[in-house]
Design a binder for this molecule. Structure first.
Ligand code: HEC
Length: 124
């Protein structure tokens, strides 16, 4: 029965650990909103737009944009499937965006943000 008591001890440890994690979280929330509170849903304004302003300008934004405009929430939402496909292509593909890597290509984390945004229903 060594294994059983060992399992029991591990279970107790895990329970204590999760309890302290919950405690840490709630106590932190009570003081000030921590910067890493990005566990919440991905939002267009907070997460998606800044990436597009960095990597999809000027081509898809109004000042000099000659390509399909992707400068608004509506336009991004309408084209999200195409966007998610293109940013994941190999950079040498002609359809890869940002076009010919003229702007900073998206990191794996940023691509994940776009996918999460899509899967979570595309909040503004
Ligand atoms: C240097 C200019 C440039 C940048 C930067 C750029 N694109 Fe493009 N984009 C183009 C060109 C040129 C086309 C048209 C050629 C094509 O369809 O592949 C295009 C086409 C597209 C299309 C298809 C639009 C249609 O006609 O239906 C999408 C979607 C798109 N880009 C998304 C993006 C996204 C998202 C970014 C930023 C991550 C981005 N692009 C950055 C030049 C650019």
């Amino acid at each position: 029965m060594i294994t059983n008591s060992k399992t029991g001890r591990i279970a107790t440890l895990l329970m204590l650990l999760s309890l302290s994690l919950v405690y840490c979280k709630t106590s932190r929330k009570a003081t000030a909103s921590a910067p890493e509170e990005k566990v919440s849903a991905v939002s267009y304004t907070a997460d998606i737009l800044p990436i597009m302003e960095r990597s999809c300008t000027p081509c898809h934004f109004p000042e000099t944009g000659k390509k399909k405009l992707l400068n608004t929430y509506e336009a991004t939402k309408e084209n999200i499937v195409d966007i998610v496909n293109r940013i994941q292509l190999p950079a040498e593909e002609i359809k890869f965006m940002p076009f010919k890597s003229k702007k900073t290509p998206l990191s794996a984390e940023e691509i994940k943000l776009f996918k999460d945004w899509y899967n979570q229903g595309m909040a503004n």
